[in-house]
Every structure is written in C-alpha cells, then in structure tokens.
Design a protein around this ligand. Structure first.
Ligand SMILES: *[C@@H]1O[C@H](CO)[C@@H](O)[C@H](O)[C@H]1NC(C)=O
Ligand SMILES: *[C@@H]1O[C@H](CO)[C@@H](O)[C@H](O)[C@H]1NC(C)=O
Ligand SMILES: CC(=O)N[C@H]1CO[C@H](CO)[C@@H](O)[C@@H]1O
Length: 829
C-alpha cells in the first residue's frame, strides 16, 4: 500500500514546483558568522531580459517576512544581514519572484532553502548537578545500577553533540580507587570487578563520584560539564525466601499478596518467572501475588524465581527462588473404576472367594485423609431372615468376597459399593461404584425323571420290535445347555437286550423301545430300570433316587384261536337212531394242541349231547319228532380249556333218514354166556370190533348202547369198559332165569350195527355160580305180549332166532364159553 505521506508528496510536488520552475536553491550559512555583513550567499538565476521587474523575497508560502535575508537588486545575490543561530532556527525557506509594480509575477517563484551550518557553540549539560544512587551489596560487576543523563544543544548526530561520560574522581578512593566503571557513551554506572569484590567483603561507602560529560566524541577538544554522584552502599536485602504453603481453592480477593522481595539498590525492576507457569506476578515494589485460585490436582508445587533487574533488563544478582506448595483440600470425589464387563462367578464357589476388588481413585493428596478411601457395601442388602450375606466387603481394601448366603446360577447381581474418602469419616466425599456380578452355572444338578414308576404297561406278545413302549421325561435344574445334556442307559431288568433307548441329545425325553420279540413264556413281565446321567461331569452331590425310573411291562400272552378239524360237520342218521348213539366226534385240527372244551350252542330240541372233553356227539334221546329228509343244525362251540376267551364254532348238520329196517337178527352171535340170579358181581364183556374186516379196520372208539326195548333197558345195564369193549351186567336184582338175548347197538365212526348178546340167566348156587346148565327154553313170557307191535314182532323174531341158535348150539355141542360173535348190520350210518 502506498503510504499516505507519499501520496501527499506526489500531489504537492507540482504545486511546489510549477511548470518551468527552476529547482530549489540550497544555500548553507555558517552559524555565528563573525565577518562583515551583509554576507552574500548565492547569486539568484534571474532572467536578464525582464530587467524592468522588481525582485520580491518572501518567506515560506509567500509570507512577506523574509527575516534577515534580502536580495541585492543590482547583482541578484541573496544576502543575509546578520549572524544566524542554528539553535534558534536551523533552516529558512524563502521564495524569490520578479514582479511588475502592479504585482504581476514575471519570474519565479524560485524557492531557496537556507541551512544554518552548526557550530559547536553549546556546552553539554547534566540533568542534575548532584545525583544520588543507592547501591546494594551483591550487585554484580558490570551491571549498570545508575544512568547519567546529559544534553547538548548542538545539532544532533554531529560530533558537536556526541557526548562521552567519564569518572573524574572517586572519594574515598578506598578500598580501591576504581570501585566503579562508567560506560562512556551511555553513562551507565556499574561496579567494577574490584569494587564488587570489595563490597562483597565489607560494607563500604558512601562514595562521591565526580563525573564529566564532554562533546565532540572521543576527540580531545570539546565542551564539558561535571556533576557529582553520591553513591550510598546498602546491605543486600536479596535474601532467600521460605517456602510458602498455599491452600488450594482459596476464596480471597485476587491478586492475593503472598510474599515480598526487595532489592535494596536503586533503579530496580522485578521480574518473576514460575516453573511451571502459574498464576503469579510481582509488582514494582517486589510484592508477589497469586492471581487466581490454585488447584493442587493440576499442579501441586511451583518454583518461583524473581529477578532484580536494571532498566536495561540486566540482572543485578542471581534470582531468588520461592517454593510455593499447594495444600490439599478434600475437593475430589473418589472416582470409581470404569465399569467393566460383568464379573462371572461360578455358583457353589466357596466362602471367601474374591469376586472383585474395587479400587476407587481419589485425586486429592496421596497419603492424606483426603485420599484415604473406605468402602461400604450398599447393595445387595442382606435378605430378611437370611442366614448370612451373599457378599462381604473389606472396607479397607475394597475386596468383595463371597459370603455365606448361596448364589444361584443365572443371577445377575448389581453390587453397589460406596467409596468414601476421609477414611469413611463424617464429611467425606463419596461415590457409588457399581459392579455387575453374574453367577455362572455349574453342573450341580443331576437330571431326574419326572416319574420314577411307569406302568404297568401291557404289551401283547406279538408287538413288533421297534414299537415304542414308553416315553420317559427327565429334567435338569441346571441352566447351562451343556449341563443339561443327558445320557440314558438301561441299568437293569433287561439281560436279554429286549429293550433299547432312543433319545435326541438335547431333549429330556427318552423312548423305551422294543428291540426283540417278547415272549410270555420266557418272561411274563419285565421291570426295566432306566438311569439318566449328565453328559458333563457332575459337581457336588451325586445323582439322587430320581435318576432312575422303573418301567413295568406286562407281556400279554397271544394264543392262536382253536381250530377244528373240519369247518362244518355233517351226519346222517335214521330217525330211529336210539339215544346214546354216537354220531361223530368233533376234534381239534392239531391233535397236539391244547385241550378244548366242547359245547352245543343251540340244541333247542335237546336231541344231541356232546362230550365236553372228547368231542363225541351222541344222541341224547330218541329222535322223536324228526322227519326223514329234514336237517337239524346246531352250533358246536369249542373253547380253549385254559383260555376260555379263545373259542371257535362250527355248524353240525344232521340229516335225518327214514328209519332203517330193523337190524337183521339173524346175525346173532353164536356164543352165549351164563349169569346167575339173584345178581352177583359178574358180567359179560361185549366186544365192539367185528369180525367183518370192513368194520374191524376202522379206527376210533366204539359206542355201546342197549337196544330200545324197555324191558331190556330195565333189566340190563351196559357200561363202557374201554374204547372197544363194554361190560354187560344185570340191572335188576332178580331176572327171570332163562336165556336172554340182549340187543346192543354198537356205533363206530358214524356207522352202527346191532349185536345180539345171548345171556343164559340161571339160579345161583351157594358159590354164586349157575347151579346147572339151563335145560330147555321155556315159552316167551306173557308180559311181552303187552309190548307194542314192533317190539312184539322183534321178540317173536328173537324167539325164533333163539330157537334156531339153541338148536344149532346143541347140534354143534359147542363150548358155552366161546367169545361172542359180532354180526354187522346192513343199516350202516
Ligand atoms: C418275531 O416274531 C415275528 C412274528 O411274531 C416273527 O416273524 C419273527 O421271526 C420273530 N423274530 C425272532 C427273532 O424271533
Ligand atoms: C343254531 O345256530 C345255527 C347258526 O346260527 C343256525 O344255523 C341253526 O339254525 C340254529 N339251530 C337251531 C335249532 O336254532
Ligand atoms: C384196547 C383194549 O384195551 N382192549 C381191551 C378191553 O377189555 C377187554 C376185556 O378185558 C380186553 O380183552 C381188550 O384187550
């Protein structure tokens, strides 16, 4: 930027120097000129052709007062009329113009500067005739403690005003004549090294110094002046200071005066520095102030250094040191440690286990009560009625340990601990520190079954392997999933490996399954003991009784239903079939199967009967009412003898036929037997098997029944002896002695025939035997004539036959003890 003065200069130049104006004329005039006057100074460059004009001299800016100057109109010289004093006016600014009488400017203005050249006509002068200075002991040599002042009226910057100071004399000149030194140009008075050394030894003085000031610089000539300096030497008050103790946070008006330093010499300025930088200051009188509150926690100590300096900033002596100690106030709250992650403590940890150790920080002075922290547990508070506390806190160390009250897995506990300084005393500052404690799970719970007894469960013998028998549920009170994993095993009751277990690893359910076929015969029941254990190792007590469960399984017997050898049975019988005739035998299909019990379900006519063990079906009575060609159906039921619920049935269809013609009695066996009457223990054996090879070859039992004749039925009794023989005895006590022909109906495999058994009844002798052979047969008993036509006919035929057989017997003279013959009947079933 162009400075403002330069602008002014540029603008003023054209005005000061109008066009075609000559340059300024510079003229020097010696000061105090001692020659004749007027003194011609310089010839003005006036134009010759304008001679009729009048030269006008004026002062600055056209002022008329030209002072001691004039222009000689003849010669055109500028002249001065008297001696000039530079100290009065050092320069004159003049203007010269050539004007007509009426004031018209013909030439000019010509500026002329007249400089008065200095002459050393001024004497230097001290500001005072007598100076007084105070010098402190301990001032270092060469450090000015006093400055002389002198002035010279001559032109500054020239030798005429170039002043030099000198000590002319020192009184007393003891202990050294050169106690002081004076810097010639500046007039700075200082102790000389000798002076300093002497003053350190003893307090001297006062001294009077005569000093001179002279111009013309270092030249020998020049004007001079003198003055006196009275220097009094005083004892040093620059003494070390005691440390200062200052309370922090001090509530006083600031700046607050805390100490005082004093440099006893004159011309002193104090300078203070603080290490580290602090709010301290020193004033011109050496009073040290603290300018604001201090904070011990920011800075506990300061080292202040105060210098005593002269006006040139030079140190008179070594600085004084002042230690400022900031005294602590309990202004800091204990600070809790930063919240960390929750502290994890395994459950069942023993009493005294350290949970955490709180260490709150207090910024107040270490080692003082202000930073002495005591701890107090605020929460959790001991529960009402609890045996002990869950946590215990050491008030001094801040260590939190486990107490007697048990912790439970999964608990999240917020510990609140009060940290108080002043060792917990009244008035201490406090903070509440918080620590979260999580109780981690420990595998201290064994899994247990929800039910220890399951069943009894009935399973049929034939359930397929793989069938689920039961589902057992176990629970584990632990929280950690890994501690809830269970392992199941069959511990007992399954030596044959019939059962197996299936489970999902992370479910508490186990399926008891069948692995093999059940067998009622092998084991009608099972008591399977299942045990559950943790996969992870168990801590603490072992598993309790709930770790086992017993599953009772009852095996249901499965029996095949009975099966008969035929799906349905049929028999064809003549309507004349007598009671007791064997019709057929109902039999199991497998002869080795378990025994059956037979019955007839709906024999509404009561014609039939069945042997419940053997299955033989007989006519129960005569088939009265049955019409030939009819059929009669009954249901035969067969039950398992041991398991009555197992049964089967089959129909039995009876086809009725016309009554067959009476059996041919001609086929009477030839043999006859003897029995005596009254009745003895004897009887006659009747043999079923016939001599007819067709009949004899048949298998199975024979059935025997007396013929339908009522007299026969009254007089005789026929008892089965074994499968093929029967025993015929007298039914009445007395039977008329003669030869009886007893019709016996033999049934075999659905076929029937009739035997005529001849029995000769005689009187018993004393030995119970026949008295003698029966003689002649007598006539037919008259009683028989009363019987029905059919019976009568049969008896008549029988009588004829008896006669024939008797005749034959007698003719052959055969032995009476011969076995009875059997004659098959043509009326086969
Ligand atoms: C189990 O029983 C089934 C039918 O009841 C049978 O087929 C199978 O062979 C039996 N298995 C064994 C191993 O006995
Ligand atoms: C007995 O029961 C069978 C089968 O139900 C039937 O066919 C028959 O007619 C019944 N017999 C009588 C005499 O009711
Ligand atoms: C099969 C059987 O034991 N038959 C006998 C039945 O009784 C008669 C008479 O005692 C014997 O002769 C049979 O042998």
């Amino acid at each position: 930027m162009v400075p403002a003065w330069l602008w002014l200069l540029c603008l003023s130049v054209p005005q000061a120097f109008p066009e075609a104006q000559p340059a300024e004329l510079y003229v020097e005039v010696p000061e105090n000129y001692g020659g004749n006057f007027p003194l011609y100074l310089a010839k003005l460059p006036l134009p010759r052709e304008e001679a009729e004009g009048q030269v006008v001299l004026s002062g600055d800016s056209g002022r008329a007062a030209e002072g001691p100057f004039a222009v000689d109109p003849e010669s055109g010289f500028l002249l001065v009329t008297r001696a000039l004093d530079r100290e009065e006016q050092a320069e004159y600014q003049l203007q010269v113009t050539l004007e007509t009488k009426d004031g018209h400017v013909l030439w000019g203005p010509q500026p002329v500067r007249v400089h008065v050249k200095d002459e050393n006509d001024q004497v230097p002068c001290f500001s005072q005739a007598i100076y007084r200075a105070q010098l402190s002991q301990g001032t270092r040599p060469g450090i000015p403690f006093f400055f002389l002042e002198a002035s010279d009226g001559d032109e500054p910057g020239t030798a005429n005003s170039d002043l030099r100071f000198h000590i002319l004399s020192q009184a007393p000149a003891q202990p050294s004549p050169d106690m002081f030194q004076l810097e010639p140009r500046l007039g700075a008075l200082a102790l000389s090294p000798q002076g300093s050394a002497s003053l350190d030894r003893a307090l001297e003085g006062p001294y009077q110094l005569l000093v001179q000031v002279k111009d013309m610089g270092d030249q020998a000539s020049g004007h001079q002046a003198t003055a006196t300096i009275d220097v009094s030497v005083v004892e040093s008050t620059w003494v070390p200071l005691e440390p200062i103790h200052l309370a922090e946070n001090l509530q006083v008006p600031y700046p607050h005066h805390i100490a005082q330093v004093h440099w006893s010499g004159s011309n002193v300025h104090y300078h203070l520095e603080s290490q580290p930088t602090g709010p301290f200051d020193v004033d011109a009188e050496g009073k040290i102030y603290v300018t604001s509150e201090l904070d011990r926690e920011a800075q506990a100590e300061y080292l202040l250094r105060v210098w005593a300096q002269n006006s040139g900033g030079e140190d008179y002596a070594e600085p004084l040191e002042l230690q400022v100690v900031v005294m602590d106030e309990n202004d800091n709250v204990p600070v809790c440690p930063p919240p960390g992650p929750p502290v994890s403590i395994p459950e069942l940890s023993p009493l005294g286990t350290e949970v955490t150790k709180l260490s709150a920080e207090d910024a107040d002075a270490p080692g003082s009560p202000n930073s002495h922290i005591a701890y107090r547990l605020l929460s959790p508070e001991p529960e009402e009625g609890a045996a002990g506390t869950a946590f215990e806190l050491d008030p001094t160390s801040g260590s939190v340990t486990l107490g007697t009250a048990p912790l439970h897995a999964g608990q999240n506990i917020l510990l609140q601990v009060l940290a108080i300084d002043l060792a917990g005393a009244e008035g201490g500052l406090s903070s509440t520190c918080e620590v979260t404690v999580t109780v981690s799970d420990v595998n201290d719970h064994a899994p247990e079954f929800t039910t220890s007894q399951i069943g009894p469960i009935s399973l049929p013998e034939d359930v397929e392997p793989g069938t689920r028998v039961a589902t057992l549920v176990a629970t584990d009170a632990d929280l950690e999933p890994a501690f809830r994993l269970m392992d199941f095993a069959i511990e007992g009751g399954d030596v044959d490996g019939i059962f197996g277990l299936d489970w999902e690893p992370d479910s508490g359910q186990v399926q008891l399954r069948l692995c093999k076929n059940l067998s009622y015969e092998a084991a009608p029941s099972h008591e399977v003991v299942v045990v559950v254990r943790n996969v992870a190792e168990l801590v603490g007590q072992g598993p309790g009784p709930g770790a086992t469960a017993t599953v009772t399984v009852l095996v249901e017997r499965v029996l095949p239903p009975p099966k008969l050898d035929q799906d349905s049975y049929e028999a064809t019988v003549p309507v004349s079939t007598p009671a007791g005739s064997l019709l057929l035998i109902v039999q199991p299909a497998d002869p080795t199967s378990r025994p059956l019990r037979f019955s007839l379900a709906n024999d509404s006519e009561g014609w039939l009967c069945i042997d419940k063990v053997s299955g033989e079906v007989h006519t129960a009575r005569s088939l009265q009412g049955a019409q030939p060609g009819d059929t009669y159906t009954v249901l035969v039921e067969a039950q398992d003898a041991d398991e009555p619920r197992l049964s089967t049935s089959a129909t039995l269809v009876i086809h009725f036929l016309k009554a067959p013609p009476p059996p041919a009695l001609t086929l009477v066996p030839v043999s006859s037997r003897h029995l005596c009457t009254p009745r003895q223990d004897h009887g006659v054996i009747v043999s079923g098997p016939s001599e007819d090879p067709e009949l004899a070859s048949r298998q199975g039992p024979y059935s025997f029944a007396l013929g339908p004749n009522p007299t026969v039925q009254r007089d005789w009794r026929l008892q089965p002896l074994n499968g093929s023989h029967a025993y015929l005895t007298l039914a009445l006590h007395w039977v008329e002695p003669h030869e009886h022909v007893v019709p016996v109906v033999v049934g075999h495999n659905g076929r029937m025939w009739q035997l005529l058994v001849r029995v000769i009844v005689c009187r018993c002798n004393v030995e119970g035997q026949c008295m003698r052979k029966v003689g002649r047969l007598k006539g037919m008993p008259t009683k028989l004539s009363a019987v029905g036509t059919l019976v009568g006919t049969l008896v008549a035929i029988g009588f004829l036959l008896i006669l024939i057989f008797t005749h034959l017997t007698l003719a052959r003279k055969k032995d009476l003890d011969q076995p009875v013959d059997s004659v098959p009947l043509k009326a086969a079933v």
